[in-house]
Design a protein around this ligand. Structure first.
Ligand code: HEM
Length: 498
């Protein structure tokens, strides 16, 4: 029955689209970009299995149209006018100079409703309050001490035994899955001081990461569909909305499970296990009293789920694309290894070339491929484009990393050297040219933590192992708000006996 309703719905949407296509082809080009191209990009967003890479096409289109495309023609489909931009001056204007005119908006809040009411979905006064609270612990020195300890502990006692096991048995493992589990354990330990131990040689199923991935896919499809259409899907309980419902239940179940196990440990006085001699960030920083007294159970759930989402999905995605890119560039791998041998895998600040290789990964494969804002009042952008209130301004982060106007003719090449100055330091690039961590007042609060986790994990693996990516493994991105690999990253791990 489900599939019958779904087929009818798909057929009616297709008929509707075909009619609109005919009208499209009859119309003029948009900002110098032929309609046919815009159309292909739109279709590939809707039907990700078509053999076209939406993000590459977006970069191509933006390059041809000098960095900004006003897509009036799609308001019939999405219900909102869309302006797509990769122009750093516009990015600065929207994310910083005229910040108060560009909130995330109520639709965004609905798209990511599974995260609950948190910093990610809040705007204006509510956002200011949430940001102050979260910032007070992410900038606390005890937060840095605690997270550094947790990260190294999880790498030594969680990741290394799994890699040793896989190497000994010559197993083919999914690196994306391993990184998701590693960062998930770290995120749980950081937030509540409890280790769910998803990472282990049993290669246990990790329902939480799968649920988060499904939720991200559903959010992306809501972003592309007319409001009423995804709501209809939700009401009928079909497609991505059906998956989201299950994902939501799983997230709540795992959350409840982890909290009650943590409470059991605390009652037995067992929460000082495995080098984790603290109770999680809220307690460590002394922020917990205010937080806990004000927080309801839902508040706690929303904050923890959002923190895990911010930490896990982003960082594990970068690590996956990093190992894929490094495997394709053996000379880069050799330089990283050389640098680690000259220093020490634990001296992360000295690993400049590794840092540059991670920046290069973030440029080409940013975990958040787009940033979305809604204009409250009409405005004129630095590029000269005039927009009405309620226009959806989409910053094409992924496309920005692949534009000759920003990075030069070699923009498609993986070249960590571009990030290193003549003095051997990391080049400072404006966040408005490279908004992988966003920019302005809403800039990511976890950039340092993310680099620490990524550098510690990458240095440990490259120092101790050779990673052999499965030949012809398809490295395609998922159609999602996070740039996961659609088929994971299958590899064999060979111990170097160091
Ligand atoms: C490579 C890893 C990461 C990347 C690329 C990244 C990227 C981003 C981006 C693009 C945003 C802005 C989202 C938007 O405005 O729609 C953001 C926000 C945020 N990130 Fe990260 N992030 C990473 C890791 C982390 C980690 C580890 C944490 C944990 C503390 C974190 C905490 C946050 C928070 C709290 C916000 C919300 C800020 C606000 O809305 O005021 N992020 N991040």
């Amino acid at each position: 029955m489900d599939s019958f309703i779904y087929s009818i719905l798909i057929i009616s949407i297709l008929v509707f689209i075909i009619i609109r296509l005919i009208l499209f082809f009859a119309s003029k080009s948009c900002n110098g970009v032929p309609q046919k191209r815009l159309l292909l990009a739109m279709l590939s967003l809707l039907f990700p299995n078509l053999d076209v890479s939406v993000h590459d096409r977006t970069a191509e289109m933006l390059e041809r149209s000098k960095g900004t495309i006003h897509i009036h023609q799609y308001s019939w489909f999405t219900g909102t006018k869309v302006l797509l931009t990769s122009d750093p001056a516009n990015v600065c204007h929207v994310l910083s100079t005229n910040f108060s005119n560009y909130p995330k908006g109520s639709k965004w809040r609905e798209h990511v409703d599974v995260l609950g009411d948190t910093l990610f979905s809040a705007d204006f006064k509510e956002w200011e309050k949430e940001r102050k609270t979260v910032r007070s612990f992410t900038s606390h020195h005890k937060f840095h001490q605690a997270t550094t300890k947790i990260v190294w502990d999880r790498i030594q006692t969680g990741l290394i035994p799994v890699l040793q096991h896989a190497s000994k048995l010559a197993l083919l493992v999914d690196l994306q899955d391993l990184f998701q589990k590693l960062i998930l354990d770290i995120a749980w330990m950081t937030s509540i001081g409890y280790n769910p131990n998803f990472l282990g040689i049993e290669f246990r199923k990790d329902p939480f990461s799968v649920a988060l991935e499904d939720a991200c896919e559903a959010a992306f499809s809501r972003f592309l569909m007319p409001h009423s259409l995804w709501k209809l899907h939700r009401w009928l309980g079909i497609g991505k909305e059906k998956k989201l419902k299950h994902a939501w239940q799983t997230i709540d179940r795992v959350f409840a499970d982890c909290i009650s196990k943590k409470q059991e440990e605390s009652a037995k006085g067992e929460d000082h296990q495995e080098g984790c001699n603290f109770e999680g960030v809220y307690c460590v920083t002394g922020e917990d009293k205010a937080f806990r007294s004000a927080a309801t159970r839902k508040g706690l759930r929303d904050n923890i789920v959002s923190f895990i989402f911010a930490t896990q999905d982003t960082t594990s995605s970068v690590l996956t694309w990093f190992f894929y890119s490094v495997a394709k560039h053996p000379s880069v791998q050799a330089k990283i290894r050389d640098e680690i041998f000259k220093n020490n895998p634990q001296e992360l600040n000295k690993l400049v070339y590794l840092h540059a290789a991670l920046c290069e990964t973030l440029r080409l494969f940013p975990p958040g491929p787009v940033l979305s804002r809604i204009a409250v009042e009409p405005d004129t952008l630095p590029s000269g484009h005039r927009i009405n209130g309620n226009t959806n301004v989409v910053i094409a982060v992924h496309a920005m990393g692949r534009m000759t106007s920003i990075w030069g003719d070699d923009c498609h090449e993986f070249k960590p050297e571009r990030w290193i100055t003549a003095q051997g330091e990391i080049t400072r690039v404006s966040h408005y040219q490279f908004p992988a961590f966003s920019a302005g007042p809403r800039i990511c609060l976890g950039k340092e933590l993310a680099f620490m986790m990524m550098k510690a994990t990458a240095a440990t693996i490259i120092y101790n192992y050779d990673i052999e990516i499965q030949e012809d493994h398809p490295a395609e991105p998922k159609s999602s708000v996070v740039f996961h690999m659609k088929h994971g990253l299958m590899a064999r791990i060979n111990s170097r006996g160091t």
